[in-house]
Design a protein around this ligand. Structure first.
Ligand code: UDP
Ligand code: MG
Length: 329
């Protein structure tokens, strides 16, 4: 089939070690895209897979040139893989979805219909998280709670990466160079005409979730710290409170000593307050370190990701030829 140069819709799919999911996903996704768009492309971002994912993608690309692949040079994480995908899309709209079929392609036509009505940021809202463990559900809830408390950016409930973005929104996201990426926040931060569509998420088709609790914790910190400076500022208030309390205590002891004379000093009180203060100080220093580390990462200005191979995407987007090599004279 002849493909126009710019497809109407670009699907963006980050994946890591999903060899077994590529074929079933394509089988489900292609008819849906064909049914609801004039033309489409599917861009897979191989986020440093160690299994046969890249080989499966290569086969898919050979069979159908609308399937395009960006292979990153190593695992950069889902957030950055999505950024790499958005850098490469050429459609009027991009649809981001997971490779494990948890994001049902059947929901796409409704999202496209809303886009045609003028919405530019159409997100699937997850009705329930029943398929996840209780602990994960609990921690997720706590995270959203804290984010809401701290954040200046609201996060729509149940909204994630499964969404359709108009090319205007895609361009807005492309303009964001931050490394500590928290896409959920960015999608909300960019604004545009937004609407949620309730979608029943499926169970993962094959394999296991790629997000360990460790990774999720890291991710949660990235999210909180790239959208709020309150964790930095709160120590001013904590410090003020503790100082005020200590002055009051000092005055109390002074008065007591003057009235009743010196008594046996409270050894326990001393140790407890010492430990408490040391803890508070280290904690605030640690928070400071988290931010400084992130500033350091941003300041280094390394590229967000490195590509080892592109299939069907010959030109590197938004980048001219390499500058001439500097020579010493
Ligand atoms: N993924 C990725 N890079 C990673 C981890 C995950 O591209 O470092 C992809 C993964 O292959 C899948 C999507 O991101 O397509 C969602 O991952 P997963 O299903 O493991 O997360 P969960 O659904 O448990 O949140
Ligand atoms: Mg999943």
């Amino acid at each position: 089939m002849d493909q126009p140069l710019n497809p109407e819709i670009s699907a963006v799919i980050p994946l890591m070690d999903e060899a077994g999911n590529v074929a079933p996903l394509l089988a489900a996704l292609k008819p849906v895209l064909a049914g609801c768009s004039a033309s489409y492309e599917i861009i897979f971002i191989d986020d440093g897979s160690q299994d046969g994912t890249l080989a499966a993608l290569r086969r898919a690309h050979d069979e159908d040139s609308r399937i395009k692949v960006i292979a990153l040079s190593r695992n950069f994480g889902k957030e950055i893989a999505i950024a790499a995908g958005l850098d490469a899309v050429s459609g009027r709209a991009a649809i981001i979805l997971d490779a494990d079929l948890q994001h049902p392609p059947a929901a796409i036509p409704a999202m496209v219909a809303l886009w045609r009505q003028g919405y530019e940021n159409v997100y699937a809202t997850r009705a329930s998280r029943d398929e996840e463990s209780h602990l994960k559900q609990f921690l997720t809830k706590r995270f959203y709670h804290i984010f809401e408390l701290l954040g200046e950016t609201p996060l729509p409930h149940g909204a994630g990466d499964f969404r359709l973005l108009d090319h205007k929104a895609v361009q807005a996201l492309r303009a964001m160079g931050e490394r500590a990426r928290f896409n959920k926040g960015l999608y909300s931060w960019i604004g545009f005409r937004s609407i949620g569509v309730p979608v029943a998420f499926e169970r993962r088709h094959e394999g296991r979730s790629k997000f360990s609790y460790r990774k999720l914790t890291r991710f949660a910190f990235d999210g909180l710290m790239s959208f709020s400076t309150l964790p930095l500022k709160v120590w001013t208030y904590v410090g003020t409170l503790i100082s005020t309390a200590s002055v009051a205590t000092a005055l109390y002891f002074l008065a007591r000593t003057m009235i009743f004379g010196v008594d046996v000093p409270g050894f326990a009180t001393l140790i407890v307050s010492l430990l408490f203060l040391a803890g508070v100080q280290l904690m605030s220093l640690g928070i400071m370190g988290e931010y400084v580390g992130r500033i350091f990462a941003e300041v280094k200005g390394r590229p967000l990701y490195l590509v080892s191979e592109r299939l069907g995407l010959a030109v590197e987007p938004d980048r001219g030829p390499l500058p001439p090599r500097a020579t010493e004279s």
